[in-house]
Write a new protein. Structure first.
Length: 296
């Protein structure tokens, strides 16, 4: 079957990868953002002033009835846990997903590696993405400055963070919180999907390459490209994914995943499977860039 061009697949991409962002903040796709800093030029030119750090591996927490051992000691209001992020001229936060325990207090330190001025807003996803007044934020983080903000994760989320300097959020400058441990949702719903972080790099591998999912569960795949090669992420029935049959309904896709960027795809596993995910950039699938979904 002839694979649609990227231009023919544009409506699918909008529905699959940006719907969550646009719906949350009410952004119109006809609105041209007024950039404070235009991302672009060659990767090498931007990298000269902004080198995103390699994301720290985030362990995937799978559905289980057993107590989960946290990979960190939760912070308290008297002794917050420190999480360091970077912001850069590619309009990315690195890492784009952060784990937190329900009820813990975290101090975020955001180092601006580039020349653009950024801000950092964090809170409930709908508020953070809509730039709701009163949502905790630190603004005017200038070149080589470090912004600092302390936040307590009360409730079960979903939580997220974003930069609302003009045009930055519209470009995709946002990130997600993966709640883990006691009290965190163990099975995702359409209203509150379970966050699963998937990393990809120049080894042409997904990390992890196997994900456990409950039948009927909704997963929010948070996708980070920590390499330099451009990738994509398809998820759906295994046979259709293998055949690169993206339709925006049964098989969803996030395309054009550039270096350092973070994207998101929500998917509900309401069929019998088997399910899989893959990258069909030229040569990537053939090199083994694929993963399996284990229904439990």
């Amino acid at each position: 079957m002839q694979r649609p061009s990227r231009f023919q697949r544009a409506p699918i991409l909008l529905a699959a990868t940006v719907a969550v962002l646009l719906a949350a903040c009410g952004t119109s796709t006809n609105t041209t953002p007024a950039w404070t800093f235009t991302p672009g030029g060659t990767q090498a030119a931007v990298a000269a002033t902004a080198q995103p750090s390699t994301p720290t591996a985030v362990p995937t927490i799978v559905p289980t009835s057993e107590p989960t051992v946290l990979p960190f000691t939760p912070g308290t209001k008297d002794a917050p846990r420190v999480v360091e992020l970077t912001a850069d001229d590619l309009l990315n936060f690195t890492p784009g997903v952060v784990q937190a325990a329900v009820g813990e207090t975290v101090t975020f330190k955001i180092h601006n590696l580039g020349k653009a001025v950024h801000e950092f807003m964090i809170g409930p996803l709908t508020d953070a993405f809509a730039d709701t007044e009163g949502t905790p934020e630190v603004a005017d983080i200038g070149p080589d400055q470090v912004g600092e903000l302390t936040f307590t994760f009360d409730g079960t989320g979903p939580f997220a963070f974003a930069c609302h300097a003009p045009g930055h959020f519209e470009h995709g400058m946002a990130g997600y919180i993966q709640l883990v441990g006691p009290g965190a949702p163990t099975v995702g719903t359409k209203e509150n999907p379970r966050v699963v972080w998937v990393n990809m790099d120049d080894t042409l591998m997904f990390m992890p390459d196997s994900i456990a999912v409950a039948r009927g569960e909704t997963i929010r795949f948070v996708l980070t490209n920590s390499g330099t090669a451009v990738h994509e992420f398809q998820v759906g029935p295994a046979d259709k994914v293998a055949a690169d049959q993206v339709d925006g309904v049964v098989v969803l896709e996030a395309d054009e995943l550039d270096a350092g960027s973070t994207h998101v795809v929500d998917y509900t596993f309401d069929g019998d499977g088997p399910y899989a995910y893959a990258c069909h950039e030229p040569g990537h699938y053939e090199a083994g860039m694929k993963g399996v979904i284990n229904l439990e």
